[in-house]
Design a protein around this ligand. Structure first.
Ligand code: AMP
Ligand code: ZN
Length: 114
């Protein structure tokens, strides 16, 4: 999508610190980290939010989780624990409308989240 920051990150039009990429998924370090490890995992396909995902996206959405799991192991946060967050729409804090999974780790997290 033309004016989407995350599409531009996926196509390398905007620079980022890439942690993982393949033909379907890109993961990069968040520019404003909320934890020692804060990586965003996105599909290359532009899906604005979870609300717009369809049955066709089932495997792709599952893959985001499995990439998160692999990165958590690689980044050595799997054992202590990590949090995955998928903000959907403004009330939940979504600010970029290209679906993304936050992988957060390296510190303790409270529950319930703010
Ligand atoms: P959300 O609030 O769930 O939509 O998350 C958007 C996230 O994208 C925030 O944590 C931002 O810090 C992050 N972000 C925005 N622009 C960039 C960028 N150019 N590179 C890396 N992370 C970004
Ligand atoms: Zn996009």
């Amino acid at each position: 999508m033309v004016d989407c920051v995350f599409c531009k990150i996926a196509s390398k039009e905007i620079q980022s610190k890439i942690a993982y990429e393949d033909e379907e998924v890109v993961a990069f370090h968040d520019i404003n980290p909320q934890a020692p490890i804060h990586v965003l995992i996105i599909p290359r396909k532009h899906i604005p939010s979870l609300n717009e995902a369809t049955d066709e996206d089932q495997n792709l959405l599952g893959k985001l989780m499995l990439v998160a799991q692999k990165l958590a192991k690689e980044l050595n946060i799997a054992e202590d624990g990590y949090r995955l967050v998928l903000n959907t729409n403004r009330g939940a804090g979504q600010s970029i409308f290209h679906i993304h999974l936050h992988l957060l780790g390296g510190r303790l997290f409270r529950w319930p989240p703010g």
